[in-house]
Design a protein around this ligand. Structure first.
Ligand SMILES: [Zn+2]
Length: 444
């Protein structure tokens, strides 16, 4: 078998070990700034061999102007939240904790490191996220990386080469923001009734095998209120809506949020922008169970599983083409893509069996119109301050309990047992517009 470059991520319920006392308070969902503190950690029996070298690499990985954790999230949140280094440069340590590496005691690593940092004057008030970087050699953790769902802690074991998987890092921070793994629902012929079945991951986000080459999905952005005001059209009555790509400059509707019984349906258009979405193209729809945007799943209406995302099919094979319909007869909801261009899409939404009127007087943007300049025409019934329901305090609430009960791990030992692949792509990200040298920070 050919060695696979893929990393797989396992939803292991690494419970209990995470101590509530050591949990950082979850940042408020609408907090405009998130400060990231990295701590290099030495065990009694295992130490970081070259802390100076590692510190340099970590500055690049976490805080580099391009190709870093913070540049990724600053890009995808479009300035709705600013990610930055806590304190002076965000890197602390190495701190020595009174714990042997063996056994990989995540709760104690977290607790003792926070205490050691506090003793050095780095208090928990000074950061929103703490990322624990420690030598993997003797720790024997059976995952590649770990993050609390909600809360603000990540564990990143480092091998002798000092390299870190950027996809894993971005993914674990996604868990910190409250996101679940991102799955795909196969709904043949777009029937949203009883027939949908979960089948693999969505490939539309770092939370679902898309790698950090992909942006976040619109439901994920909605969960953290990183789409606001006119960027979201809440479809509360039948109308036709124009979407512009989820990422990129300009104004216009970036996500369409549609009621579907107790659930919601979110529709977006993806197109390459900056460093993200080179391979995530076209119109996609997501089902949001009970209005919980952190738990959405891609709706894939492709009749034949082999032609859809899954394995190595083109990433946009499951995109909704013009003419594609999603419908739920019982809920009397029908969504039809009437145009699926690279720069804009139109979507007709019919609720309660009422046919959507044609997009009255709002002219369609022309094909040559640059991205984001798309028309600002708002469909009837939409409102500029429309906010999705239920997203205001979820993150904070999630942070409470889940810090102690839920975590996800990435990597090694359990891979074959479960076969889950939440982290697939890890090849080098496209350089944006930077002169950033191709460096070791793109670990694969
Ligand atoms: Zn995960």
């Amino acid at each position: 078998m050919k060695p696979s470059p893929r990393l797989c991520l396992i939803p292991a319920a690494v419970a209990a070990a995470l101590t509530a006392a050591a949990a950082a308070p979850a940042p408020a969902a609408d907090e405009p700034e998130r400060r990231v503190q990295v701590a290099m950690v030495n065990f009694t029996d295992s130490r970081i061999p070259d802390a100076g070298k590692l510190e340099t690499a970590l500055k690049d990985n976490y805080f580099g102007a391009t190709g870093s954790l913070t540049s990724y999230y600053n890009e995808v949140t479009g300035g709705a939240t600013t990610f930055k280094a806590a304190g002076d440069d965000g890197i602390a340590g190495p701190v020595d904790i009174d714990l042997a590496a063996t056994g990989c005691d995540t709760g104690k690593i977290n607790d003792l490191t926070r205490k050691a940092l506090a003793a050095k004057g780095v208090s928990e008030d000074s950061y929103d996220h703490l990322s624990l970087v420690f030598p993997s050699e003797k720790a024997g953790c059976d995952w590649l990386a770990l993050g609390t769902v909600g809360g603000g802690t990540t564990w990143m074991p480092i091998g002798a080469d000092g390299k870190m998987s950027m996809t894993a890092l971005v993914h674990e921070f996604g868990h910190n923001f409250g996101y679940s793994h991102h799955m795909r629902l196969r709904c043949p012929d777009g029937d949203l009734g009883e027939g949908c079945e979960e089948d693999g991951t969505s490939h539309k986000t770092p939370m679902g095998g898309g790698g950090w080459e992909a942006g976040l999905t619109s439901p994920e952005l909605l969960h953290n209120k990183w789409l606001t005001g006119g960027e979201v059209a809440k479809a509360d009555k039948s109308a036709t809506y124009t979407l512009r790509p989820l990422y990129g400059k300009g104004s216009g509707v970036r996500a369409l949020d549609i009621p579907l019984g107790d659930d919601r349906l979110v529709v977006e258009l993806r197109h390459e922008s900056g460093t993200v979405d080179g391979e995530v193209q076209g119109v996609h729809a997501y089902r949001v169970p009970d209005g919980d945007y952190a738990k959405s799943a891609l709706i894939d209406p492709t009749p034949d599983a082999d032609e859809s995302t899954g394995g190595d099919a083109p990433a946009d094979a499951d995109a909704l083409k013009a003419g594609a319909k999603l419908s739920d007869e019982a809920q009397k909801v029908e969504v039809e893509v009437t145009k699926a261009g690279a720069e804009s899409a139109t979507v007709r939404v019919s609720l309660d069996g009422v046919a959507a009127a044609a997009p009255a007087k709002a002219p369609e943007p022309t094909k040559s119109e640059p991205a984001g300049a798309a028309n600002d025409a708002r469909p009837e019934g939409s409102s500029n301050d429309a906010r999705p329901e239920g997203s205001s305090t979820e993150l904070a609430e999630t942070g409470g309990d889940s810090e102690t009960t839920l975590a996800y791990s990435v990597g090694g030992g359990l891979l074959l047992a479960f076969g889950g692949a939440f982290l697939l792509k890890s090849r080098t990200r496209k350089a944006a517009t930077s002169a950033s040298p191709a460096s070791g920070r793109h670990s694969r």
